[in-house]
Design a protein around this ligand. Structure first.
Ligand SMILES: O=P(O)(O)O[C@@H]1[C@@H](OP(=O)(O)O)[C@H](OP(=O)(O)O)[C@H](O)[C@H](OP(=O)(O)O)[C@H]1OP(=O)(O)O
Length: 434
């Protein structure tokens, strides 16, 4: 059966609820395929000596907040919608609400597979580092956020490696470290200024009220033949989530997807990007700065490897760190990736159609940032891969620049970016001073 036949036409617009396969469609044909040619740093005599991978957990159930919204939508469709189309009749007669409150963001089977398969692909890309020998010698470290979906992902990643090498007996451990992987929970300035401050997400609320959103709401009400006032933006989003979750969890092209065409999906994608931009991205400075500890942790490890390689042995060959979209996005923003010239605002969807800050491309489930340190004849080099594809560091025109060049580019952050200082509370006058 054609693997693409079950994919809704709007699957590329699901933002943080998107599948990894939409970002790397070749995996639909072969989930273990890797392209080793991306690793050539374009220089002579290079050996990879250290890899750090910062990975989002795999596919998960919706959070209970969104499950409740889906239930409300389902009840409305059952009780009020008039089914003139087959798909709507299918929702009313064949589909049933199978999501329950207790699923609350837990990792699903597909999510475990995401990590098992990623582990195998990374081991194929870096066989000398992600190796059975290094695993046995404790040269591969695993760190995770305390959330069940992250812990379960790290365990699945380890299972992937153990199955690959057909090893049964190695008891693998992991360290839970929320200071590193859930820094946003510990940054008071972020919590008070953004998380608990509705004005910080003003652009998201304004967009919910925009003409673009209204059009999607009215179209949905027309399709269901219910009064316009009954279709809130929350319910529109619930339907969009249903379409995305049925694909991500069950690989289904759900009847719920019929409620949206590509233009609608672009509107809802922008709504999600606005949330991510103002809560985790460039919208407020503290979003990025809250990741200072993770940034320093990464460079400390690279520095240590750079130092040790002079004596011929890197003690920590590989570090696998598992966290959330809100772990990866602030770090990417701190490091200057995906910065658009103009901020994302409620009134500039049209201008932002070509934006680089597009979470459907950046942080699907199992999204990963991989930093590879190479020992080359002309010195140490660092390559960055996002979702297994090379990405140049901002303003550095080389796919694997000298490590010293990268350190220089981030000099200001390396000498500053102090979590305690950035995150201590002082009440700003305006949200945009955050
Ligand atoms: O799915 P949602 O809208 O409930 O948002 C999730 C958050 O729930 P909340 O909004 O705080 O109730 C959720 O927060 P909690 O872990 O429940 O505190 C996560 O931040 C989640 O990100 P990820 O999937 O773990 O990478 C968030 O998902 P994304 O915004 O990354 O899709």
């Amino acid at each position: 059966k054609d693997v693409n036949s079950n994919i809704p036409a709007i699957a590329n617009y699901f933002g943080t609820k998107g599948r990894y396969e939409e970002v790397n469609p070749h995996l639909l044909d072969d989930i273990l395929s890797v392209n080793k040619s991306i690793l050539k740093p374009g220089c002579t005599g290079c050996t990879a000596v250290h890899v750090t991978a910062i990975i989002r957990h795999g596919t998960r159930f919706p959070t209970s907040k969104n499950i409740r919204r889906m239930q409300r939508l389902y009840d409305l469709v059952l009780n009020e919608a008039v089914a003139t189309d087959t798909w709507l009749n299918d929702i009313k007669t064949k589909w049933h609400m199978w999501y329950t409150d207790d699923m609350d963001g837990k990792l699903v089977k597909k999510g475990r597979d995401d990590h098992r398969h990623l582990a195998v692909r990374l081991a194929t890309l870096f066989p000398s580092l992600i190796s059975e020998e290094n695993l046995r010698n404790g040269r591969i470290r695993f760190i995770t956020s305390s959330k069940h979906r992250c812990v379960d992902s790290v365990v699945a990643f380890q299972e992937g490696l153990l199955n690959l090498w057909k090893v049964a007996e190695v008891g693998l451990g992991h360290k839970i470290n929320d200071e590193l992987m859930r820094f946003f929970d510990q940054c008071q300035r972020f919590i008070e200024g953004v998380e608990n401050n509705k004005t910080a997400l003003e652009q998201v609320y304004l967009f919910k009220d925009s003409a673009e959103m209204k059009r999607v709401q009215m179209k949905m009400a027309d399709q269901l033949q219910v009064p316009y006032s009954h279709i809130t933006t929350d319910l529109v989003e619930a339907a969009f989530f249903l379409c995305s979750y049925e694909l991500a969890i069950k690989s289904l092209n759900s009847p719920w997807c019929n409620l949206f065409d590509e233009t609608d999906a672009q509107v809802l994608e922008y709504k999600n990007d606005l949330k991510q931009y103002w809560k985790r991205g460039y919208g407020h400075d503290i979003n990025r700065k809250s990741s200072c500890t993770l940034f320093h942790d990464l460079f400390n490890r690279l520095d240590r490897a750079a130092h040790e390689i002079r004596f011929g042995h890197v003690s920590e060959a590989v570090t696998i760190q598992v966290g959330h979209a809100e772990t990866l996005l602030p770090l990417l923003a701190l490091m200057g990736f995906f910065r658009d010239e103009m901020p994302l605002t409620a009134d500039n969807l049209d201008m932002q159609r070509g934006r680089t800050f597009c979470t459907s491309r950046i942080v699907p489930y199992a999204a990963n940032l991989v930093f590879v340190l190479y020992d080359c004849s002309e010195g140490l080099r660092l390559q960055f891969l996002l979702n297994e594809k090379p990405l140049n560091f901002p303003n550095i025109n080389h796919s694997a620049p000298l490590y010293g060049t990268v350190r220089e580019a981030y000099g200001e952050l390396l000498h500053g970016c102090n979590f305690e200082k950035e995150c201590e509370l002082h009440i700003p006058n305006h949200a945009n001073e955050l």
